[in-house]
Design a protein around this ligand. Structure first.
Ligand SMILES: NC(=O)C1=CN([C@@H]2O[C@H](COP(=O)(O)OP(=O)(O)OC[C@H]3O[C@@H](n4cnc5c(N)ncnc54)[C@H](O)[C@@H]3O)[C@@H](O)[C@H]2O)C=CC1
Ligand SMILES: O=C(O)C1=N[C@H](C(=O)O)C[C@H](O)C1
Length: 263
């Protein structure tokens, strides 16, 4: 039985992950963390009235009372680095979906986990279809170097571009390197019109109510185009990957970046 804590449990993803952990017989939910929680036990929420799991509002209180094997993190970009570092330092394997990490932070956490021999995972996207989208895009970039990424999310999202768009751009850049796209004489009449730039490719972020998480990677070449698109219509789409991550980190001795490394 893998003992799990969910950080950010009152959020959209935290709540979905909490339900997933409770539903899987291989997992035991030993605690949940959210500084904005008013409850002391999740059974004070109608949804979890049959359960008995303590609620913590600080990671220090959590650490003094429970000993989880795995720390699932769906919090906010501002705290995810500190949370992940805390988990590693306390021998808890992080499975992190929270986005907004810098490359330097990811490298630091990998080095620290390796030193402590603690498995872990930071995955900008846990949906299997999204991983395939990124891998297909990387493959296509060998033949189609001209590409733009459009990511579309709900309007409560804090970070832009999305972690998935950054990871996709990194994977495409690995395949094709820096590549100047479009007209070098181009001028933006309104600042930002052409989106963010990563190694010469543009990333566009759309935020609208009603959306969940969507991304289109659009390639253009002479007389042809190729569009690879993934849609998460429901947050349940991420849970197969989260569950897989919780199992796999038990066998690792350092943190990995990207679910594709565990499939
Ligand atoms: N990797 C993936 O597959 C996915 C990643 N995400 C990412 O997960 C994160 C959370 O997304 P949502 O659930 O939509 O956000 P949300 O805003 O609904 O939830 C965030 C939760 O974190 C809590 N929180 C804030 N500070 C905290 C702290 N210090 N410790 C513990 N909890 C804290 C908040 O109170 C809130 O309940 C975002 O960064 C998002 O980009 C979202 C969907 C899928
Ligand atoms: O905030 C979200 O919702 C999502 N965040 C992740 C990201 O930034 O890529 C994953 C998914 O796109 C949903």
């Amino acid at each position: 039985m893998i003992k799990i804590v969910v950080a950010g449990f009152k959020g959209k993803m935290g709540l979905t992950a909490t339900k997933m952990v409770l539903d899987k017989k291989e997992f035991e939910l030993v605690g949940v963390l959210d500084p904005f929680a008013k409850e002391e036990n999740i059974n004070q929420l109608a949804l979890f009235s049959e359960e008995n799991v303590p609620v913590f509002t600080t990671k220090e209180a959590l650490d003094s009372q429970i000993s989880p094997d795995v720390w699932i993190d769906f919090t906010i970009p501002k705290v995810a680095y500190e949370n992940t570092k805390f988990a590693i330092e306390h021998g808890i394997r992080p499975v992190v979906g929270t986005t907004g990490f810098t490359d330097t932070q990811v490298q630091e956490l990998i080095a620290e986990s390796s030193e402590k021999q603690i498995g872990g995972l930071i995955a900008p996207n846990f949906a299997i279809g999204a991983i395939l989208m990124m891998q297909f895009a990387q493959k296509a970039a060998h033949y189609f170097p001209d590409v733009e990424i459009m990511e579309l999310h709900h309007d409560q999202k804090l970070d832009a571009p999305s972690g998935t768009a950054i990871k996709t751009a990194e994977m495409i850049a690995e395949a094709r390197g820096y590549h100047q796209q479009g007209n070098p004489e181009e001028k933006e009449i309104i600042k930002g019109a052409r989106g963010a730039d990563f190694e010469g490719m543009k990333i566009h972020s759309v935020r609208l109510p009603g959306l969940v998480a969507h991304q289109q990677v659009q390639f253009g070449s002479v007389g042809e185009g190729l569009t690879i698109r993934h849609d998460s219509y429901d947050r349940a789409s991420f849970m197969t990957g989260v569950a897989l991550g919780c199992e796999k980190v038990m066998e690792l001795n350092q943190l990995v970046y990207g679910l594709e490394n565990l499939l």
